[in-house]
Design a protein around this ligand. Structure first.
Ligand SMILES: NC(=O)c1ccc[n+]([C@@H]2O[C@H](COP(=O)([O-])OP(=O)(O)OC[C@H]3O[C@@H](n4cnc5c(N)ncnc54)[C@H](O)[C@@H]3O)[C@@H](O)[C@H]2O)c1
Length: 348
C-alpha cells in the first residue's frame, strides 16, 4: 500500500509510520513541526522525526502545512494513496483559546483540504480521521457520579463501561478546540456518508505512549512522567485531583486503524480509548509515577478546573470491538507508564 500519514512526527502519526513501514508499505509522512509553534521547545518533534528516519526503510518525510491547499493538491497529484491516516492537529483544549483562528484553520480547514484532495485523487482510499472525545463537550459531566477515595466514578451500573457514540455533541460547552474538531468530525462523516468514501472517525480519549512530546497543555501522562523524573513542577486543576481519564497506547490505536483499513465502514464513528481497565485519576497517576520512579513529584493543586474539562471520562469500546472483534487492548497502564519512563530517560 501507499500510505499518507499526517502529523507523522507526533505521537500517533509516528507510531503509524513505524508500524506500516515495518510491514513494507510505502509511507509518506507530512509534518511541519507545528507542535513547536504551539507549545514551544518542549513540543518540538524533530527528535522523533530523526528517530523515524533512522529506523524506517520506506518512509519519506515532507515538511508541508495541511492548511496549504495548493501543496496538498500537488502531493495528491503525485501519489495515489490507499490509506490516509490524518493525525496532524492543534491538539490542545486550552491552547485553542489563545489562537482560535489558527486552531480552526489547522483542525477544520486542514481536514477538509485532505478529504477533498482524497475525493479528487484517491477516492477509493481509506481515510481515518483522529477526532477527540472533546466533541462531546462537557455533556459527559451530566452523568451522575459518585466520589470514591481516589477518583470519581459513574454512579449508575448502565454507565459502567463508559461513554458511547450516542452521547450528544451539540448544546454543550466544548472549548474552541472541541468545536474545531467537531467541525472536522462532522465533515469527515459527511465524506463517508454523502460521498460514500471509506472514511472512519476515531474519537480519542487520552492517547499516549513513548513518542509523545508531552507538554503541560497536551499529553498528560507523558508530561506527568517527565516532570516526575526530572524534578519539574506539575499543576492539577480542580475536581479534587480525582478526574478520570482512560489511556490507550499509540500501538493499540494504530492497530485499530489497521483493522478499520482492512474492512472499512464508510462514515462510522468510534470512541477510542483505553477503556475502564486503563482508566486512572490524576492522583492515582501521580502515585503510580512516583512509585515507578522512586521520586516525589512537586505538584500543586488549584481549585479551578479547566473550562469544559471532563470529570470522569471512560471510552466505551463496545462498538469498535463488535465491528472488529479481533482488536483488543494489548498495553495496560503498567506497560504504558514503563514505556514512557524509558523513553523519557533516553531523551534526557
Ligand atoms: N494525544 C491525545 O491525548 C489525543 C486525544 C484525543 C484526540 N487526539 C487527536 O489525535 C491526533 C494525533 O494526536 P497526537 O497526540 O499524535 O498529537 P501530536 O501533537 O503529538 O501530533 C500532531 C502532529 O501534527 C503536526 N502538525 C500540526 N499542525 C500541522 C500542520 N498545519 N501541518 C502539518 N503538520 C502539523 C505537529 O507538528 C505534530 O507533530 C490529533 O488529531 C489529536 O487531536 C489526541
Amino acid at each position: 500500500m501507499k500510505i499518507l500519514v499526517t502529523g507523522s512526527s507526533g505521537l500517533i502519526g509516528s507510531e503509524a509510520v513505524e508500524h506500516f513501514d515495518l510491514q513494507g508499505h510505502d509511507v509518506i509522512g507530512v509534518d511541519n513541526n507545528m507542535r513547536r509553534e504551539f507549545f514551544g521547545a518542549a513540543g518540538d518533534t524533530l527528535w522523533n522525526l530523526e528517530r523515524l528516519k533512522s529506523k524506517t526503510r520506506h518512509f519519506i518525510h515532507v515538511s508541508l502545512d495541511i492548511r496549504d491547499r495548493a501543496a496538498i493538491e500537488q502531493l495528491f497529484s503525485s501519489h495515489c494513496f490507499d490509506l490516509i491516516v490524518h493525525c496532524a492537529a492543534q491538539p490542545s483544549h486550552d491552547k485553542a483559546r489563545d489562537i482560535p483562528i489558527l486552531d480552526f484553520e489547522v483542525n477544520a480547514l486542514g481536514t477538509i483540504n485532505l478529504l477533498e484532495a482524497t475525493r479528487q485523487h484517491s477516492p477509493e482510499a481509506v481515510f481515518v480521521f483522529l477526532s477527540t472525545n472533546k466533541v462531546y463537550g462537557d455533556s459527559p459531566n451530566e452523568i451522575p457520579l459518585t466520589e470514591l477515595a481516589t477518583r470519581w466514578d459513574y454512579a449508575r451500573t448502565e454507565d459502567f463501561n463508559g461513554i458511547d457514540e450516542t452521547c450528544r455533541i451539540d448544546r454543550t460547552l466544548h472549548s474552541l478546540f472541541g468545536a474545531s474538531k467537531a467541525a472536522a468530525d462532522l465533515v469527515a462523516q459527511e465524506y463517508g456518508r454523502y460521498f460514500k468514501m471509506n472514511v472512519g472517525v476515531f474519537r480519542g480519549g487520552c492517547l499516549t505512549g513513548p513518542s509523545h512530546s508531552g507538554v503541560e497543555l497536551h499529553g498528560f501522562l507523558s508530561y506527568l512522567v517527565k516532570q516526575t523524573l526530572t524534578g519539574g513542577n506539575y499543576t492539577v486543576f480542580g475536581y479534587k485531583g480525582k478526574q478520570v481519564r482512560d489511556n490507550i497506547h499509540s500501538h493499540d490505536v494504530v492497530r485499530a486503524i489497521e483493522e478499520f483499513a482492512a474492512s472499512p465502514r464508510p462514515g462510522e464513528v468510534y470512541n477510542m480509548g483505553g477503556g475502564r481497565q486503563n482508566s486512572v485519576s490524576m492522583i492515582e497517576a501521580i502515585d503510580r509515577a512516583e512509585q515507578l520512579s522512586g521520586k516525589k513529584l512537586n505538584w500543586r493543586y488549584v481549585d479551578e478546573n479547566r473550562i469544559g474539562d471532563h470529570i470522569c471520562y471512560i471510552s466505551n469500546l463496545s462498538k469498535f470491538q463488535s465491528h472488529y472483534p479481533t482488536w483488543k487492548i494489548t498495553r495496560n497502564l503498567d506497560n504504558i507508564f514503563e514505556e514512557i519512563a524509558a523513553s523519557q530517560t533516553l531523551r534526557t
